[in-house]
Design a protein around this ligand. Structure first.
Ligand SMILES: Cc1cc2nc3c(=O)[nH]c(=O)nc-3n(C[C@H](O)[C@H](O)[C@H](O)COP(=O)(O)OP(=O)(O)OC[C@H]3O[C@@H](n4cnc5c(N)ncnc54)[C@H](O)[C@@H]3O)c2cc1C
Length: 482
């Protein structure tokens, strides 16, 4: 894409896991479709290139976090950031996605013209605006703000003498050897970074306002190892992936239908892994039900082992203020720190401030309803990819891509130029996500709604969505084709 006008059939925004997946699906399923991927940064991989904190890894199993069409061949169940990035870039090369990516192109605006049935996309390239047109727009820009993570205001922050680091912007030269480190947070990032820093730091404190469910998973899956030995690669991939899908889905459903059982199960494991007499109820028993918020998984109990060794202490308390030497807690205690890590989360930004305009009307996503959690009411020829929150992101990436390719093939076969989900006023609005995690609650007013029935309702279940997204009739009376 240059500053002169270019045209493609499909324009994909973002070269992260979703964008590379989308492009690979297009290559596999609709090889004659022309496409380009506009990527704001100078590198591909999105999340897995941006996050560089110690120990960065997935907390989903890689058999489902990998694409359906490309097996994860490593032994480790939870993939390291480095290996995930390598896997994504290998996929991009294998499907010739790499040559379609235009780096340092930040999409700022996309306007739809119903007369020509075209999107005009404006992107910022090093301060210069470049434009191109596309028949179809596919947003794979992720779900959070890349510039800034979520950092609450801590009184006295400027008084603290040491560095305060947010994991989203980890300085490459940060040294924590023999330092007292306090990590504020209790989510996936905190439980990853704490044991990873513990081996070099003098001491690490994980300071949390309230606890999270933390469950240990085996680093290697013996089932996967055996199946790979016995079956050809494609069959092994299918078996291992489906075993993960079924186990994951059954665990989630059990958590929602019998939360008491899951609470007891997690607690039992925590008690067995922590030192005798440890106050599990204060530090590892949340007040909410399992999967009201994302559950945390740690490989081979690394967090619990670090607590057992005495390298890590978990403190559950509020923060009164920072002072020169650390943090004063609301119960009056003082935590000494040479370095503070604010693992306080992300700022959700589902459409990333990209201005969407349809025939002169600026679209406010919060006013719209999502069709199968992949299109927006009233917005033609537009698909967005946002993955699952209660399962691997990628399961949804593959489904959205399969749906989009099916939709594009259908339009091409019937000679349609545009498709728009038309809102039905009898369908009632529901929040898009029923998670109570801070980052979701903070952004609810920016998110579109889902509806109370199909096809406006998001199931958050791969097994059910797979059936509807893959097979549902596209001429369903909701999608309007012209
Ligand atoms: C630390 C961390 C760990 C995670 N672990 C897991 C996990 O274990 N399992 C799981 O399922 N999910 C996990 N997630 C969620 C994770 O983000 C997804 O799994 C997945 O990587 C998201 O991929 P994506 O391509 O949709 O978005 P991203 O990875 O965010 O990629 C989006 C891309 O779009 C680009 N972009 C954004 N805006 C624009 C624009 N305007 N113009 C052009 N380009 C743009 C960005 O630069 C980026 O490259 C994790 C997230 C984080 C932050």
């Amino acid at each position: 894409m240059s500053s002169t006008h270019d045209h493609v059939d499909v324009l994909i925004i973002g070269a992260g896991l979703s964008g590379i997946g989308a492009a690979a699906h297009l290559t596999r399923e609709l090889p004659r479709t022309s496409y380009v991927v506009l990527e704001a940064r100078a590198a591909s991989g999105g999340t897995w290139d941006l996050f560089r904190y110690p120990g960065v890894r997935s907390d989903s199993d890689m058999f489902t976090m990998g694409y359906r069409f490309r097996p994860w061949l490593h032994e480790e169940v939870l993939g390291s950031g480095e290996r995930i990035l390598e896997y994504l870039r290998d996929t991009a090369r294998a499907y010739d996605v790499e040559s379609h990516i235009r780096y340092r192109h930040r999409v700022v605006r996309a306007s739809w013209d119903g007369d020509t049935a075209l999107w005009t996309i404006e992107a910022d390239r090093d301060g210069e605006t470049v434009t191109c047109t596309a028949g179809f727009l596919w947003s794979c820009r992720g779900y959070y703000d890349y510039e800034r993570g979520h950092e609450p205001e801590f009184p006295g922050r400027d008084e603290f003498r040491g560095p305060v680091v947010h994991p989203q912007h980890w300085p490459a030269d940060l040294d924590w050897t023999d330092r007292d480190v306090v990590v504020i947070g209790s989510g996936a990032t905190a439980v990853t970074v704490v044991p990873a820093m513990a081996s070099d730091a003098k001491h690490v404190t994980m300071l949390q306002r309230s606890p999270t469910y933390v469950l240990s998973l085996a680093r290697r899956d013996p089932f996967a190892t055996r199946v790979r030995r016995w079956f050809p690669a494609a069959v092994a991939h299918w078996l291992v992936r489906w075993k993960s899908i079924v186990v994951q889905s059954a665990f989630y459903r059990l958590s929602r239908s019998r939360p008491g059982v899951v609470k007891r199960l997690v607690r039992k494991q925590n008690v067995a892994l922590l030192p005798d007499g440890y106050d599990v109820d204060t530090h590892f028993s949340p007040r909410y039900q399992p999967w009201d918020q994302r559950m945390c998984f740690v490989p081979d109990a690394d967090l619990f082992r670090a607590v057992r060794r005495g390298d890590v202490e978990v403190v559950t308390a509020g923060i009164e203020r920072f002072d020169a030497d650390g943090i004063v807690l609301s119960d009056g205690r003082h935590l000494h720190a040479d370095l503070i890590v604010t693992a306080t989360g992300l700022r959700l930004s589902p459409f990333g401030g990209i201005e969407l305009v349809v025939d002169g009307r600026v679209v406010d996503p919060a006013e719209e309803m999502t069709y199968r959690a992949l299109m927006l009411s009233g917005v033609p020829n537009f698909v967005f990819t946002v993955g699952y929150t209660n399962a691997s992101w990628t399961l949804k990436v593959d489904l959205v891509a399969e749906f989009t390719c099916r939709l594009l093939a259908h339009m091409s076969a019937r000679g349609y130029r545009s498709v728009t989900p038309m809102r039905d006023p009898t369908v009632r609005e529901r929040p898009l996500m029923d998670f109570t995690s801070g980052y979701v609650v903070r952004a609810l007013d920016q998110l579109p709604h889902q509806g109370d029935r199909e096809p406006w309702r998001l199931r958050q279940s791969y097994i059910r969505d797979r059936r509807t997204i893959r097979r549902a009739d596209l001429e369903d009376g909701v999608l309007s084709f012209t």
